[in-house]
Design a protein around this ligand. Sequence first.
Ligand SMILES: Nc1ncnc2c1ncn2[C@@H]1O[C@H](COP(=O)(O)OP(=O)(O)OP(=O)(O)O)[C@@H](O)[C@H]1O
Ligand SMILES: [Mg+2]
Length: 379
Amino acid sequence: MLQEEGARERRKSILLVDDLVTNIKLLARYLQEYKLYFALDGDTALAVAEENQPDMILLDVMMPDIDGYELCRLFKENPRTKKIPVIFVTAKNNQDDEELGLQVGAIDFITKPVNGAILRARIANNLELKEHRDNLAGLLAAKSKELDGTYEQLLHAEKLSSLGKLSSSISHEFASPLFGMEQILTTFHDEEPVADKKHMLAVCIGECQRLRELIRSLHNLGRPTSSHMGPTDLNQIISDVLHLCGKTFEKKNILIEKNLQQIPLVQAIEDQMKQVVFNLIFNACDAMAEGGGRFFIATSVAKEQIVLTVTDNGCGIAPADMQAVFAPFFTTKQQTGGTGLGLSICYGIVTTHKGTIEVRSTPGVGSTFTVRIPALEAK
Ligand SMILES: Nc1ncnc2c1ncn2[C@@H]1O[C@H](COP(=O)(O)OP(=O)(O)OP(=O)(O)O)[C@@H](O)[C@H]1O
Ligand SMILES: [Mg+2]
């Protein structure tokens, strides 16, 4: 039953428009394999075409209320019917009429008396053409959507890469004057006996240190990937990083869970991969409330890629911020001095390693960052 309905649905449909019932009956006899709609006047034809969206319209030229050319024009002006191919079926057979018919948007012209075999062949050809055109239009729409997405990604990558170049020159220019000022302030601080000024100097030195940190991050962002690229064990990197931070997490009551599966090596710059892992787990910890929390770090292989996930049960990311988190300088940690560069650095590193990074998050529940890097070899 269902199959029957499916087959019926796929049957092509044709609207026959003629003021004479006998003509319609004649055409209908030749076109039994199609689902047919009928109209004896222009208004009905327009309404039926709009509502039923037939695959084709066969149109008589001479009708009392409205002639076929005018009706064809109306079909072509109406956004709901303009894509339906129209074929004129008429007793007229001079070239001017044919030309006029094609000008108003018809795709073919069949003269009466109609030869059944020719009528069927022409309809079948034109329906096939329409199907190809519709398929192409669908394909084009899908491709253009795909291209839009790629363009957005390119723009984002371009933005990051120019920021990278800019930031490495900024960091270079800023580093030496800042170092000089910090030295002078430190000397005054150590020598100056007046307590309130000492406090001011301490604040200045603190600010210098904050700037130095910012410059260091900026420098990392723009650092060319010329450092040594080689076979790298991501599991080893994770273990090293966790070993380094273990004590800090313990103090903050943060529980670490891990599931590091046996994975192939990746072709990578080791310290940059370390930086990605650092950034992700520090973000995970930052997202947790004062009382601590839990994060889960895992590696696995899927489709010849190494998959690294870092999941936390922290505050999560507001839907409005999801697009922004990878953008340079986006931070919600103004109070604790976040630079907003961590994730954009991760993004830059991962893309230069021909990988991807994405995030899923539910506010109040937690976030998962997923990094995929091509595996170097199958294990
Ligand atoms: N695991 C996470 N949970 C919730 N929010 C996150 C998480 N990771 C990142 N974010 C959000 O993305 C923002 C940007 O992160 P990013 O690492 O780029 O900078 P930051 O952490 O704010 O600053 P910095 O890395 O210098 O400490 C964060 O401020 C935070 O709002
Ligand atoms: Mg961060």
